[in-house]
Design a protein around this ligand. Sequence first.
Ligand SMILES: Cc1cc2nc3c(=O)[nH]c(=O)nc-3n(C[C@H](O)[C@H](O)[C@H](O)COP(=O)(O)OP(=O)(O)OC[C@H]3O[C@@H](n4cnc5c(N)ncnc54)[C@H](O)[C@@H]3O)c2cc1C
Length: 438
Amino acid sequence: MTGQPAGTALPRRVAVVGGGPAGLMAAERLADGGCTVDLFDAMPSVGRKFLLAGKGGLNITHSEPAERFGDRFGAAGDWLAPMLAGFGPAELRAWVHGLGIDTFVGTSGRVFPEHMKAAPLLRAWLHRLRAQGIRFHMRARWSGFAPAPTGEVALCFDARSGDEPLRHEAGVDGHPRSFDAVVLALGGASWPQLGSDGRWWPVLQDQGVALAPLVPANCGFDAGWSEHFATRFAGAAVKSVAAGVQPDAAPRQGEFVVTATGVEGSLVYTLAPELRDRIAREGMAFLFLDLLPDRSLARVSDELSRPRGGRSMSNHLRVRLGLTGVKAALLRECAAPTVFDDPAQLAGAVKALPVRLFAARPIAEAISTAGGVTREATDSHLMLRGLPGVFCAGEMLDWEAPTGGYLLTASLASGRAAAAGVLGWLQAQGPAAQGSAA
Ligand SMILES: Cc1cc2nc3c(=O)[nH]c(=O)nc-3n(C[C@H](O)[C@H](O)[C@H](O)COP(=O)(O)OP(=O)(O)OC[C@H]3O[C@@H](n4cnc5c(N)ncnc54)[C@H](O)[C@@H]3O)c2cc1C
């Protein structure tokens, strides 16, 4: 939809709170739809987490088939499906191209912008958003709602320093400011130093919004390594392994990193929801590692059953299986000492080594957040059922996905869907009364 919503006399005034990918996308779509858009963010500049995501190579989306892509969101898959149908990987890539930036598919099927950086993309995007007339209000921390006439939503912002003209104009000097509709895109609670600190959670809870607790997703776990192991192997990458949360389930192949306190990295992140929930339920969880996924248990057992003569066990493992370095050390660290006396048991440990995990790392360190505004709290257009005119988007919604470009895709798609919801809702409200948009 472009141009002013049909049947309205004045441009409708919409506030977007949160200038991450979800909020910026909502703002773009709303401005395209003819609304006057004010975007507020608590930080001095927008898109800080997006820029951080670009540091290690911005993985913007994934090229796998739509069905597989949707499966990555687990139980929230069917909630997100209509949003991803409207703005999925193909549309997202076309949108990036529209900003003058090419994309490419990496070997794993992940999609990156050229040069893999977020900064050029954000720069081009902000340039276009400003040209659309979107007004940016920085250092404006939303703190809640105020009573407002029917059909309006009044927002309160923390008092802030500096930027006097904007304070007055945007109503961020402690006085509430009314809008025809609002999109909240406040992010999760990881990396709070970048702006998304989850402080919106109690504010919405006080409003009776159904929320799930914010918990870490795509996070590391504590394993309680011995000092010897941690000192020698913290930072070591464990490659060409497979892992699962059950000894008998088909493990996933990948790699992870040993940290000073435990494990982190893509293979661990993929299993994080199950590990996290199991730890919450049972106080601990096991990560079962297959240290040699390309060799069968029978073959490993056969190799280990060969006489080792005068060789040390380390040498036997190295010569017969090629197990050295951090993999051999993990075996020593996590297998019971008696296992080394029995080739069959040792082979079992090589193929399903139980690494005991007892805590998820704090949410502030996680790549992303699970929990937040539940599906039940919103209607099918992402409007909060109990707060007419207030829509939510992005990571603050209760979904999670592994790394691989899924997080940004869903954040952008939900930002777009929330904006479409606003436009439809405003249209249904009828024309804006003269003066209501002041
Ligand atoms: C290290 C790292 C690497 C990542 N890499 C990738 C990747 O390669 N691919 C991928 O798909 N995803 C990646 N992600 C995840 C991705 O960056 C997030 O999922 C995405 O930024 C979420 O977008 P969002 O707009 O919902 O929230 P955010 O980007 O968190 O934005 C929320 C905004 O709201 C503002 N805000 C919060 N509270 C208030 C308030 N009360 N008042 C005003 N403003 C407020 C914040 O300042 C912030 O600007 C990565 C994340 C991290 C931490």
